[in-house]
Design a protein around this ligand. Structure first.
Ligand SMILES: C[S@@+](CC[C@H](N)C(=O)[O-])C[C@H]1O[C@@H](n2cnc3c(N)ncnc32)[C@H](O)[C@@H]1O
Length: 217
């Protein structure tokens, strides 16, 4: 059964007209290949790690803004998220992690790029260097998996997320985020049957996906 997405009203002040930016990025096609074709190998992993290592020093200074933060805050406010065991995949320099640790006591931030993890504030959460294609976590251990501007690895999300857990998918520049999938594609990429609520806030978009009541994976 295909997944379903319920769109909530956009948050007040949502920015609809975004300058063309990320939709032209080469990482857009990588995002789709990873989500739908399992197109990830050691060579691609190393290239992606190198790319983000090279951007780590300036990441927080150039990517943090009230407009971008709005989609993270709105997803956490309106996504009906439950549970306290939170893992953020592709946490980068911690721009999303700060919002998670202010609400949840058990947050782990994972990233492939050592330089990104080094750039994240010390003591905010446990930091783990790892690859989301083969997560160093047991089956069903997370109530919440959060991905902010991060590649979707459907098989590992499905494995690590508890049966009643939820995936929080955020693109802080909506469809102009380089690493972007529409909510409909997020639920379509995941194994089994999923439902999601979705909306937009600030410059971003978000969806919170859960397994459908009759979902099998
Ligand atoms: C576009 S950045 C977003 C960082 C942060 N979430 C933010 O919004 O500021 C993508 C991040 O995902 C990480 N990443 C990419 N592929 C990954 C993988 N396979 N496993 C873990 N992290 C990965 C990169 O190193 C980078 O830090």
């Amino acid at each position: 059964m295909p997944g379903t997405v319920e769109w909530l009203p956009y948050a007040p002040g949502t920015i609809i007209d975004l300058p063309v930016r990320g939709s032209a990025s080469p990482i857009r096609s990588v995002t789709r290949q990873v989500a739908f074709d399992d197109a990830w190998d050691a060579e691609r992993r190393d290239k992606v790690a190198e790319l983000f290592d090279s951007m780590a020093a300036e990441w927080s200074a150039t990517r943090d803004s009230e407009e971008r933060r709005a989609s993270i805050i709105d997803a956490l406010d309106r996504g009906s998220i439950t549970g306290d065991r939170v893992i953020e995949l592709g946490a980068g320099s911690g721009l999303g992690t700060a919002h998670l640790t202010s609400r949840y006591s058990n947050v782990v931030a994972l990233d492939l790029s050592m330089e990104m993890l080094r750039a994240a504030p010390a003591g905010m959460s446990l930091k783990v260097r790892g690859d989301s294609a083969s997560l160093p976590f047991p089956d069903g251990c997370a109530d919440v998996l959060t991905l902010v501007n991060m590649l979707l690895f459907p098989t590992e999300v499905d494995r690590v997320l508890a049966q009643r857990g939820c995936l929080v998918w955020i693109n802080t520049q909506a469809h102009e985020t380089p690493i972007h999938l529409p909510a409909e594609d997020v639920v379509a990429a995941l194994p089994g049957s999923w439902t999601a609520v979705a909306s937009r806030a600030g410059s971003g978009s978000w969806c919170v996906a859960r397994r459908a009541a009759d979902g099998r994976s």
